[in-house]
Design a protein around this ligand. Structure first.
Ligand code: ACO
Length: 355
């Protein structure tokens, strides 16, 4: 049987930080409310387009796998904030990497995009369509945020993470998954001004208004992720006790706590980095896996459970069998250009540009 082992991983967190105190300079909010309701302390704001973040994350993932760009068969870019619709964003990553032999796909399932991309790449490797793939979860929501709306503006940040997958005969990579969508409830997370529905209607594309029913999303997130986890464990005949680490989508610490309670998972079995980044949408769960590896939280041969949810309302859970290598083979000098602005200055520029 063929599997798609994850042999490389990398992240790109843009350097400019937007703290809760920064947000309270232009919104009626404060650090105590944000921390107690969400667990978030700061998030990153990108000074470059999303493809540039993805490029750096991919270069690091390739170095970690000990591969060069010319080796790559396929790039799948998961996001809902692509720089352009045509040409697609994965072709920009191909160009920046000089991965001239790679096919290029963009994929959007909102916050689950990075994880759905992992499913598609795994399936294509198992089917024999390609021998390897770069999988990206990357997002720059800051440009499309309604910075006057405190209900959503405090929740999101920018960033990217990527994985390199390659054929392996031993059981590894994604060994079971569950994917779904509460399409009937798609209107509870609906952004006006983001997509062609709004073209030629007297609206300026990018002038977004977020219709965001936080409490309803919260409930469905817990139900969707729990159900997906149950299905995945049942497929593999495993119990929650047999999982070494749960790495959930990081949209709200209280959602993670509710999920962990349903699983009966202790604190040390759940990976959390929401305080550093907020919700990075498509990059969230991939970034959490990369940081769990960097922090030594993933042991060789461990079983990892990664539940996620996003707009749509899409939901997913992936069960990974990690391999025996938890350290990168190599590193790279590829990096973002320096940023001489603070997160608050970058946000103020976005707000001013919209006026
Ligand atoms: N600062 C201060 N007060 C605020 C803020 C803020 N940023 N936002 C809301 N409030 C106020 C509200 O106006 C309300 O005031 P009121 O009682 O006078 O009406 C009060 O705080 C409580 O608001 P609630 O909506 O009840 O707060 P709740 O505890 O539900 O938390 C939150 C809101 C954080 C949005 C929560 O519902 C949540 O996390 N939902 C899920 C969000 C989510 O999953 N997002 C990801 C979407 S999918 C994806 O990943 C793309």
């Amino acid at each position: 049987m063929i599997y798609a082992d994850i042999t490389g991983w990398g992240k790109c967190a843009p350097p400019a930080i937007l703290t809760n105190a920064d947000l309270s300079t232009f919104l009626d909010t404060d650090d105590a409310w944000i921390v107690s309701r969400t667990g978030m302390k700061e998030r990153r704001i990108s000074h470059v387009p999303v493809s540039d973040l993805a490029h750096v994350a991919c270069a690091r993932a390739l170095a970690a796998a000990g591969k060069s760009a010319g080796d790559v068969d396929l790039i799948i870019f998961g996001s809902c904030t692509f720089d352009q619709m045509v040409p697609n964003a994965s072709s920009r990553v191909q160009q920046l990497l000089a991965a001239d032999n790679a096919a290029c796909i963009d994929l959007n399932t909102a916050c689950t995009s990075g994880m759905y991309a992992l499913s598609v790449a795994t399936a294509m490797i198992k089917a024999g369509s390609v021998k390897n793939a770069l999988v990206i979860g990357a997002e720059v929501t800051s440009v499309l945020m309604d910075w006057s709306d405190r209900d959503v503006a405090v929740l999101f940040g920018d960033g990217a993470a990527a994985f390199f997958l390659e054929v392996k005969e031993e059981k590894s990579g994604v060994v079971a998954e569950s994917l779904g969508c509460f399409g009937k409830n798609r209107d509870i997370l609906d952004v006006t001004g983001w997509g062609l529905k709004y073209a030629n209607k007297g609206l300026v594309l990018g002038e977004t208004k977020w219709n965001f029913n936080g409490q309803e999303i919260f409930k469905r997130a817990v139900v969707g992720m729990s159900r997906a986890c149950d299905i995945v464990l049942e497929k593999e005949g495993l119990t929650y006790e047999e999982i070494d680490l749960v790495i959930p989508h990081q949209a709200n610490l209280r959602i993670i706590d509710a999920l962990a309670k349903r699983m009966g998972a202790s604190e040390e079995k759940v990976y959390i980095n929401i305080h550093r980044y907020g919700n990075i949408s498509a990059a969230t769960t991939p970034m959490a896996l990369v940081e769990a590896l960097e922090e030594g939280r993933v042991a060789p041969e461990s079983k990892l459970l990664l539940p996620a949810f996003g707009g749509g309302l899409t939901w997913s859970a992936h069960l990974l069998h990690w391999g025996d290598r938890i350290k990168p083979i190599g590193t790279t000098d590829v990096d973002l250009p320096p940023c001489d602005k603070t997160g608050l200055q970058l946000v103020q520029e976005i707000i001013a540009a919209k006026k």
